[in-house]
Design a protein around this ligand. Structure first.
Ligand SMILES: Cc1ncc(COP(=O)(O)O)c(C=O)c1O
Length: 376
């Protein structure tokens, strides 16, 4: 089976982890590797601070806590996202307000934002979905007009740019994931980036159980979301390769695009003129004109040894976010993407020949569907 993704780890990562273990950097409270990873990742994003933590999920929790978001607050969140984005808001007692997707990049529809803002709205969490950045210039202009905080969910978009500026520095804070399938990985892991000194201080405080002086008297109810030293060491080794990984992702996307551009009914990912898409996953939408449903295509590919994944179930449809009497705006585009979206194998080591063979299977299924239609 060709997997949707395999991490790319080399001897450098193994050596870095072993050396960190040799130095005793096993916990998240001391050692050089964490500081190195935080400093280098922040520099890569063009911001002042990086705060490493245990996952993209806990990065979001820390950002929401540092922003003092809580009961009574509403937060606008991309409807099409991993549940982690919404849960960070939900677990802090605030209300998730999903923003429907637009049909081109599949990111949140900025035309809808202002109609969803109420006096209770405190923040926006835009997700740079599958590696295409949100138009953050437009989003920030709206946020500023309404005095809202902006927390980027950049879990899928390390190194993506909006008019030349990297994700991680496009809002008040940004949250990254280093899960095994992300652009760079520490196995599990995450980071919040910010140029705001006060947020950075609060993020560090919340990450470390709110420890201050005198020790063991806690003014804030924090968490232990500390990354280990040996994970950070692996992160430094991965970060050294990030541009190579992104180049491979872009090659993979260009090859799929060339192979699939004539397939009627298959909507391909785009790269808008102001954006650098890092194509975390090569995602397509299977429209009715294709002739087979998304699930039929996925089943056909599985039979031929190709693994795929569906898009996210949108936040408006999540049973765990429903509360009696709560406002849940309709999200018809995100609903459709949940039915039609599929991502294809996107490992950085995928050869052009393998991509051509996957595309060949998609074209064969499409031709078969056309023949069946004509025969009917
Ligand atoms: C958009 C988005 N946000 C948050 C997360 C959560 O990251 P993690 O799995 O590291 O907790 C993911 C994870 O895949 C994601 O895709």
């Amino acid at each position: 089976m060709i997997p949707v993704f395999e991490p790319c780890l080399g001897q450098e990562e193994i050596d870095a982890v072993v050396m960190a273990l040799g130095r005793g950097e096993i916990s998240g409270s001391f050692g050089q590797a964490i500081t190195d990873f935080e400093t280098q990742f922040a520099a890569y994003c063009g911001v002042k601070h990086g705060i490493a933590c245990t996952s993209g999920t806990t990065a979001l929790h820390l950002a929401v806590a540092a922003a003092n978001i809580g009961p009574g607050d509403e937060v606008l969140v991309s409807a099409s996202t991993n549940i982690a984005t919404a849960l960070a808001v939900h677990h802090h007692g605030a209300t998730v307000v999903p923003v429907d997707s637009e049909n081109v990049t599949w990111n949140l529809d900025l035309d809808l934002l202002e109609s969803l803002i109420t006096p209770r709205t405190k923040a926006i969490i835009p997700v740079h979905l599958y590696g295409h950045p949100v138009d953050m210039d437009r989003l920030n202009a709206i946020a500023q007009r309404h005095d809202l905080l902006v927390i980027e969910d950049a879990a899928e978009a390390h190194g993506a740019t909006c008019r030349g500026h990297k994700t991680g520095g496009l809002g008040h804070m940004a949250c990254f994931s280093f899960y095994a399938n992300k652009i760079i990985t520490t196995g599990e892991g995450g980071m919040i980036t910010t140029s705001d000194d006060a947020f950075a201080e609060r993020l560090r405080l919340f990450r470390n159980l709110g420890f201050t002086t005198p020790r063991f008297r806690h003014q804030v109810a924090g968490y232990n979301f500390r990354m280990t030293g040996y994970q950070a060491a692996m992160g430094v080794a991965q970060l050294a390769k990030i541009e190579r990984f992104i180049d491979e992702k872009r090659r993979i996307a260009a090859t799929y695009n060339r192979q699939l551009r004539d397939v009627f009914g298959l909507q391909l990912p785009v790269e808008l003129p102001w954006a650098r898409n890092v194509y975390w996953m090569y995602a397509v939408a299977v429209q009715p004109e294709y002739g087979l449903s998304r699930d039929e295509l996925a089943a056909r590919l599985r039979e031929h040894g190709v693994e795929t994944r569906t898009f996210f179930c949108p936040m408006n449809q999540q049973p765990c976010l429903q509360k009696p009497g709560r406002r849940m705006p309709p999200c018809p585009v995100a609903d459709r993407l949940w039915e039609r979206g599929l991502y294809l194998p996107s490992s950085t080591n995928l050869s052009d020949e393998t991509i051509a063979s996957i595309a060949g299977k998609i074209k064969a299924a499409w031709a078969g569907a056309g023949l069946a239609r004509r025969a009917a």
